[in-house]
Design a protein around this ligand. Structure first.
Ligand code: PLP
Length: 399
């Protein structure tokens, strides 16, 4: 017998967390590393949310297990918030509160996929999606896009990748890692195509509030109500309310899917920590003012990073319209000589940048598209400018 099961041995470490860990380790060893790795807002969690958690700690009700699927009042508040923010009308029984959006992703694929079922995954994709698909025995079918379409997958591309085994389309707008936001007409066209072919849509809306330049990110089941019976919406408080460490996300779906996923969670983790659920309740039922000011800061940093990146010879950076990532192509730099080295992949180039510019970025390999870097701009303005300038000075040596 192998010591580690084949299923689990096949899982790779999250590349984004690995880059972040390496940057933090170098920093701890005294090196002035600037990290663009983690998709984590640098703001504190808004005070009313923290206060709700402080009160929750002292309330003995919160010392006990709650229903596995979440506090009833939180499920109600999530249904109300969903109606408020995207116009999607759902019942509290269609909500499952999870330990972060990540657990919602895992449970969704575990609930929907049988071995051999195919999932269409537009690439570049968030590094976490393929792993739970594989664990469920599903097959990821990447639908590769590039900067020429602004990293948007078309109905034609999806149709070309469809087979009789296609069960699910994973849709993520605004996107991690590209920051791309699908225009309304394209969301609608993709939804209609999915409905026509009976394909399930898992739509990850975790960056819904982070859009810029007047872009909007409409919710697919609102534009195409026919898909609602085969649609799972993923969301969470991490990115909107600077609550990454609180670990609260949720999935919304048809009642049978939610019931089945709740059964799974009842054995996996039971309920999310009550203190975190109380904090999330304050977040989703409170105002969006704090979100607006964080968005303004992200927008400023977005403009800065796109400008600085575009000034580097060999780097091409489309302007992202959402989330807090820039996804420049570095293909023109591969194979060139920098400091006596000749990196030929974005993994090698990112390692060189970390070593010689002390700047941490995540290479495109982690997102299914080699030849790119992902830089999160959810870090302070000064670090952002210093880091990209330092990287640019190094990359300008390429010959
Ligand atoms: N979905 C996307 C697209 C993400 O980028 C993330 C976090 O990076 C998540 C979901 C899950 O976030 P969390 O598990 O912190 O709620």
């Amino acid at each position: 017998h192998a010591r580690i099961s084949a299923r689990i041995a096949g899982i790779t470490e999250s590349a984004t967390l690995a880059v972040d860990a390496k940057a933090k380790a170098l920093k701890a060893a005294g090196r002035p590393v600037i990290g663009f790795g983690a998709g984590e807002p640098d703001f504190p969690t808004p005070e009313p949310i923290v206060q709700a958690a402080v009160q929750a700690c002292a309330d003995p009700r919160n010392h006990r297990y709650t229903p596995a699927g979440g506090l009833p009042e939180l499920k109600e508040a999530i249904a109300a918030k969903t109606s408020r923010d995207s116009g999607y009308e759902v019942k509290p029984s269609q909500v499952l509160v999870t330990n972060g959006g990540k657990q919602a992703v895992y449970e969704t694929f575990a609930t929907l996929l049988d071995p051999g079922d195919e999932v269409l995954l537009p690439a570049p994709y968030w590094t976490t999606y393929p792993e739970p698909i594989a664990l469920a025995g599903g097959v990821t079918v990447p639908v590769v896009t590039d900067e020429s379409s602004g990293y948007l997958a078309s109905v034609e591309q999806l149709e070309a990748a469809r087979t009789p085994r296609t069960k699910v389309l994973l849709f993520n707008s605004p996107s991690n890692p590209t920051g791309a936001v699908y225009p309304r007409a394209q969301v609608e066209a993709i939804g209609r195509w999915a409905a026509e072919h009976g394909i399930w849509v898992v739509t990850d809306e975790i960056y819904e509030h982070l859009t810029y330049d007047g872009a909007e990110a409409p919710s697919m089941p609102v534009l195409v109500p026919e898909i609602a019976d085969r649609c799972v919406v993923l969301n969470g408080v991490a990115k909107t309310y600077a609550m990454t460490g609180w670990r609260v996300g949720w999935l919304i779906g048809p009642a049978d899917v939610v019931k089945a996923a709740t059964n799974l969670q009842s054995h996996l983790t039971s309920n999310v920590a009550n203190v975190s659920q109380r904090a999330a309740l304050a977040a989703v039922s409170g105002s969006l003012d704090a979100v607006a000011s964080m968005r303004a800061a992200f927008d400023r940093r977005r403009r800065t990073i796109v400008k600085l990146l575009s000034d580097i010879p060999g780097v091409e950076c489309p302007t992202p319209q959402g989330a807090f990532y820039a996804y420049p192509s570095v293909k023109a730099l591969l194979g060139k000589e920098i400091r006596g080295l000749r990196p030929t992949t974005s993994v090698e180039l990112a390692a060189l940048v970390l070593e010689h510019a002390e700047v941490a970025v995540v290479p495109g390999e982690a997102f299914g598209t080699p030849g790119y870097f992902r830089l999160s701009y959810a870090l302070g303005d000064d670090d952002l400018a210093t880091g990209v300038t330092r990287m640019g000075a190094l990359l300008s040596e390429a010959k």
